[in-house]
Design a protein around this ligand. Structure first.
Ligand SMILES: NC(=O)c1ccc[n+]([C@@H]2O[C@H](COP(=O)([O-])OP(=O)(O)OC[C@H]3O[C@@H](n4cnc5c(N)ncnc54)[C@H](O)[C@@H]3O)[C@@H](O)[C@H]2O)c1
Ligand SMILES: [Zn+2]
Length: 368
């Protein structure tokens, strides 16, 4: 049986020579895995968590060829799922099941599952086949594409990891209907990011489609996911290991990581990125490099998606210390991704902290 072509609305290729791979986007794709992924090996380990498993595991298992030996490893839900300890437990599962180098790891879940499963696939037996089935909007538009895999160390987030590309990414956006409003909005923050740094027309399309996107309408979702994946695929193909243009995907993230680290319990990644994006835009307004009309458009779109555009109250030293730990820092200097217009951004080295602090202060919420 062939995969139902009507269920696949978009097929995007990530062009990385012999490591190129397809991204399938559509609806009800989980039940068509055997057709979409005809080269699956005989030994398959699905990594997921209990919440995602309760919705989608049965469909995925039923869709895999009956001849395959399938094992399932559930990790705890939440960011602590991608810990060194849970990484070790997955390795135990694979080794106890006598899985060999010809096995495949399937990530079924959000970015936490995907990041851990990818690192497992990169390192078990020095690397085995890896498939991504992302189930959050953030994972569908960002973390499942591009090959960054990582786990957390007590010393910090994503400190242990590898670049390891999947063999394929299967995005079934009907999975998003069970996602919480808050997690859904977090994915929209990354989608807005692509418009700001890379594609003014896409940004305008997002403005015109706020209502259908907030209602999770299938057609609007399929296009928003497909365009985001196309942009990410183009950027990754040009700069897989982030020596240049890929850094643009960190718009809002230097500010955002500071917020996430200081307000871990109350702010999600996408929310922190949204506030960070607003600060970056405001900084450029102060520098007279972005018009007030464009800053308003950015903040308005983020707000329309239910995202914050104000930062929580943190001290100047907290901000500075956290931003100094950013991976883009070079020779002690903070480097920021800054929009010069909607559809274009640049990485700039900051030589004077004061205007950065002025932008942060101007966008700090007085109520938190
Ligand atoms: N590798 C990359 O390039 C990259 C990029 C961005 C973020 N990340 C990582 O991704 C992680 C965040 O990912 P996330 O936002 O997807 O968080 P997540 O994986 O924690 O998922 C958010 C919540 O949604 C639940 N969930 C997942 N799918 C669901 C569904 N279909 N229905 C209902 N609930 C569902 C999860 O169980 C979880 O409770 C972070 O660890 C971050 O570092 C990685
Ligand atoms: Zn992000």
């Amino acid at each position: 049986m062939q995969a139902n072509p009507e269920a696949i609305s978009h097929r995007i290729q990530v062009g990385l020579a012999e490591r190129s791979y397809p991204i399938f986007i559509g609806q009800q794709l989980l039940s068509q895995l055997a057709d979409l992924l005809p080269r699956l090996p005989q030994q398959i380990c699905i990594i997921t968590n209990a919440l995602v498993a309760s919705h989608y595991l049965a469909t995925v298992r039923d869709a895999l060829p009956a001849s395959c030996k399938v094992i399932v490893h559930e990790i705890p839900d939440g960011e602590h799922g991608k810990s060194l300890e849970n990484y070790g437990l997955v390795m135990d599962t694979l080794i106890n099941a006598s899985f060999n180098r010809d096995c495949a790891v399937i990530a079924l879940g959000g970015g936490v599952v995907g990041d851990l499963a990818g690192f497992v696939a990169a390192t078990f037996q020095r690397g085995v086949a890896f498939y991504q089935i992302p189930t959050t909007l953030l994972a569908q538009v960002d973390s499942s594409v591009g090959g960054k895999t990582a786990i957390n160390h007590p010393g910090g987030k994503n400190l242990v990891g590898a670049f390891y590309q999947p063999q394929a990414v299967v995005i079934s956006h009907d999975c998003l209907l069970t996602l919480s409003d808050r997690d859904y909005a977090c994915g929209l923050a990354e989608i807005v990011k692509y418009g700001i740094v890379y594609d003014a027309d896409f940004f305008a399309w997002l403005e015109a489609n706020q209502q259908p996107l907030n209602a999770r309408e299938p057609q609007a979702l399929a296009y928003a996911i497909a365009r985001s994946c196309e942009i990410k695929a183009e950027i990754v193909a040009a700069d897989e290991h982030e020596h240049g243009i890929r850094a643009l995907l960190n718009l809002g993230h230097t500010f955002g990581h500071a917020i996430e680290a200081e307000c871990y319990a109350s702010w999600r990644h996408g929310e922190a990125v949204a506030a960070g994006t607003a600060i970056a835009a405001h900084f450029m307004l102060q520098q007279s490099e972005l018009s007030s009309a464009e800053v308003e458009r950015i903040c308005h779109l983020l707000s329309a998606f239910g995202l914050p555009t104000q930062a929580p109250h943190l001290s100047e030293s907290q901000w500075q210390a956290r931003m100094q730990r950013d991976k883009k820092v070079q020779a002690g200097r903070i480097r920021l991704v800054l929009p010069t217009r909607i559809g274009h951004a640049e990485v700039r080295t900051i030589t004077d902290w004061q205007p950065v602090w002025t932008a942060i202060s101007a966008l700090t919420s007085t109520s938190s």
